[in-house]
Design a protein around this ligand. Structure first.
Ligand code: RP5
Length: 165
């Protein structure tokens, strides 16, 4: 969405993560949730990461979605520098199919939480839905959009399976 202050920040460690995170961005577009997207790498652009986390709340963000792959420390590092909710999306890595990303993000020591989603596209979509649900706590238009999305999903499930192919 453009023209409205972003409520959700989607950050990712690399351009290569966009193929995954864009599924979350598209869902936020569909739900009418204003968001921004940025490449913020914990190890390649540490100063950018620090600035992003430290200014997120004052810029009006309510939730951060952070996607990364491999030694995926971005979500945890950002969570350590803000008390906004951070949802982590493990990107599917080539070497270990995202198991490295998942374990890196999910195994935060007690005290600095990252809400960790599934590996890959499902994780990006569910992070967007969770972010929208957080925004919906104080935004009735978004709440209605989330409810309508859930209803469309329910309505789209046939009772009887059809032959495929
Ligand atoms: C991580 O390294 C990124 O989040 C990405 O998933 C992974 C690979 O990055 P590239 O080498 O494709 O830039 O920092």
């Amino acid at each position: 969405m453009t023209g409205t202050a972003p409520a959700v920040g989607i950050i990712m460690g690399s351009q290569s993560d966009w193929a995954t995170l864009r599924h979350g961005a598209e869902l936020l577009d569909e739900l009418g949730v204003a968001h921004e997207t940025r490449i913020v790498s914990a190890h390649r652009t540490p100063d950018r990461m620090r600035d992003y986390a430290h200014t997120a709340r004052e810029r009006g963000l309510q939730v951060i979605i952070a996607g990364a792959g491999g030694a995926a420390h971005l979500p945890g590092m950002v969570a350590s520098m803000t008390t906004l909710p951070v949802f982590g999306v493990p990107v599917e890595s080539k070497a270990l199919q995202g198991m490295d990303s998942l374990l890196s993000i999910v195994q935060m020591p007690g005290g600095v939480p990252v809400g960790t989603l599934a590996i890959g596209r499902s994780g990006a979509k569910n992070a967007a839905l969770l972010a929208a649900q957080v925004v919906a706590l104080q935004d009735d238009a978004v709440r209605r959009a989330v409810d309508a999305h859930r209803q469309r999903q329910t309505d789209g499930v046939a009772e009887v399976p059809e032959d495929e192919g």
